[in-house]
Write a new protein. Structure first.
Length: 144
């Protein structure tokens, strides 16, 4: 009895690889098209010939100077006096914006102290609802 030795081919059959690759390309192209057609639904406002005039709302401006100096509406003030200064102003309109504008050379910690003081005003009977800190880009583009 003679045994024959089978030789195994050292080639990888790649004939079906091209078919699989082609099908995957088609699959991703089709699903990508579905994702691109999805969007947000919103209605644009109708054009108004007479737009309403919007009055500029007064705000409270807190400026933080380098070295920790504070000014509230242009008046120098200490950190512990800000809440007492704001009580009569915000009693009339609680949604009046309070804007914190730090100088670029002011310490970040000084801005955080002012912000924490304003957020902690609730303990002293004053709720400040609208605290804003503009970015440097907003200050450069929109500040007058």
């Amino acid at each position: 009895m003679k045994f024959t030795k089978k030789t195994v081919s050292d080639e990888i059959p790649t004939s079906s690889m091209a078919d699989i690759t082609f099908l995957l390309i088609i699959f991703f192209m089709v699903t990508n098209t579905f994702a691109a057609t999805r969007g947000l639904d919103f209605a644009l406002p109708k054009e108004d010939k007479n737009p309403p005039e919007i009055q500029k709302e007064d705000s409270v401006l807190i400026t933080i100077r380098p070295g920790g100096g504070l000014e509230v509406d242009g008046k120098p003030m200490r950190l512990d006096g800000i809440v007492e200064h704001l009580k009569p102003i915000l009693k009339i309109n609680q949604t009046k914006p309070v804007i914190i504008r730090p100088d670029p050379d002011a310490a970040y910690g000084d801005m955080v102290k002012v912000y924490d003081t304003l957020r902690g005003a609730k303990d002293k009977g004053l709720e400040i609802r609208n605290i804003s800190i503009p970015t440097q880009r907003e200050i450069d583009q929109f500040w007058y």
